[in-house]
Design a protein around this ligand. Structure first.
Ligand code: NDP
Ligand code: MG
Length: 388
């Protein structure tokens, strides 16, 4: 059997690094074709010398010379820039593109990969939030599969396998609740960046960690689930489950529920997205029921954690609204990380941008691009006005 060619977009991030750990376990099954990074040239060089991809892309063009000088003698092709990032997905050796980029930057490369008929292992949820309708339609037209990497969506997918002909009545999307679970608005006024970065169960990149604290991540995941599984908003229920052991569940029309569970370890969903329908024997740490004598469940609090409500509002509105919310959130998330706004400002500004940005009912690709630009600008202006 020939090896499966993999391109990892965003190999230097949290998901990218774990994907490399998965892939190196199975040298007979996978061939690493492409690695990419934005600015972390040192890690990209180190990964490339170790894993020997055919081609790498460093998105920041000012770092091209450095990466090329280091990899020239290793016979690895080096490209730079956003266009190269999108174009490498088309290489004939690539079978599956793992989109482990963060934020809106994943949109165009994902579209290019689908147009080239590549399967997608999708970690970059923002792409489905921005343009879920366009992406899922395109994937259907091209006969391309989108395999979820996000642990909740992987859990739903894994629970659905064997039941594809049966309708989903609803899904339960589990949420850890993040570091601020149970806090009141008053308590949230004072929380710091350091506290927000301290996630109880998962170690992830900075953006998704802040999104988890603000429940924006769960909101983005609600939208991601709608597009991946073709659901209506009322079929998606968010349940807070602080232990992060049940990764999500499907309820079928006979009332039966199938869930997928295990320790919180992203390597499992990453691996399944690359190996479906097979399961390869792994050396990941095993779960023990005795370590978790009680699994608990709570209702989320969308009044306090308004971002979750905003995501449902964006779904109800449809059109470009989720794109607007995502763009606003990319700015406010970063502004909070940079110490420019408070934690509660994140959702407040996101809401303000949703009210101010131009809404487009039936967006095309150009409209998404313009909506993203406009919403970012509005968010940026509000952030600046808070600084003055
Ligand atoms: P990280 O911030 O750790 O990594 C992001 C990766 O994307 C890095 O390789 C980074 O390069 C690259 N990158 C960043 N900005 C750009 C850009 N503008 N253009 C091109 N490349 C860029 O993120 P995570 O790995 O945590 O998350 C990746 C995606 O996976 C996100 O969409 C997230 O929501 C999703 N996800 C992550 C989970 C996790 O456990 N981490 C769990 C579920 C989903 P460089 O290092 O050079 O900056
Ligand atoms: Mg998740």
């Amino acid at each position: 059997m020939s090896k499966k060619g993999i391109a990892i977009l965003g190999s230097t991030g949290s998901i990218g690094v774990q994907a490399l750990e998965v892939i190196e376990q199975y040298p007979d099954k996978f061939e690493l074709v492409v690695l990419t990074a934005h600015k972390n040239a040192d890690l990209l060089i180190e990964q490339s010398i170790k894993h020997k991809p055919n081609t790498v892309v460093i998105v920041d063009e000012s770092l091209y010379q450095k990466v090329n000088d280091a990899l020239f003698e290793h016979d690895i092709k080096v490209y730079a820039g956003e266009q190269a990032l999108a174009e490498v997905t088309e290489m004939k050796e690539v079978k599956t593109v793992l989109t482990a980029l963060v934020g809106y930057s994943g949109l165009i490369p994902t579209i290019k990969a689908i147009e080239a008929g590549k399967d997608i292992a999708l970690a970059n949820k923002e792409t489905l939030v921005v343009a879920g309708e366009l992406i899922t339609k395109l994937a259907q037209e091209k006969g391309v599969n989108i395999y979820p990497v996000d642990s909740e969506h992987s859990a739903i997918f894994q629970s659905w396998v064997g039941d594809f002909n049966n309708k989903i009545e609803k899904i339960y999307l589990t949420a850890s609740g993040g570091p601020f679970r149970g806090k009141s608005i008053d308590e949230l006024k004072q929380v710091t960046v350091k506290e927000a970065l301290n996630h109880p169960n998962w170690e992830m990149g900075a953006k998704i960690t802040i999104d988890s604290a603000s429940l924006m991540n769960k909101g983005l995941e609600v939208i991601e689930a709608k597009w991946l599984f073709g659901l209506k908003p009322e079929q998606i229920e968010v349940i807070v489950h602080p232990q992060s052991i049940i990764h999500s569940a499907i309820q079928f029309e006979d009332g039966s529920i199938k869930a997928q569970m295990g320790l919180p370890d992203m390597k499992i969903p990453i691996q399944y997205a690359l190996t479906y329908p097979s399961r390869y024997k792994s050396n990941f740490k095993r779960f023990s029921f005795m370590d978790y004598p009680s699994l608990t469940f709570e209702k989320p609090d969308p009044k306090t954690f308004k971002n979750l409500q905003l995501a449902f509002d964006a779904l109800d509105k449809g059109g470009s609204m989720a794109c607007i919310l995502n763009a606003a959130n990319e700015i406010t998330n970063q502004a909070f990380l940079d110490g420019k706004i408070s934690f509660l400002d994140i959702a407040n500004i996101n809401e303000e941008v949703m009210n101010k940005a131009t809404f487009i009912e039936s967006p095309k690709l150009d409209d998404y691009i313009n909506s993203n630009d406009e919403a970012r600008q509005i968010a940026q202006d509000i952030v600046m006005s808070k600084l003055n």
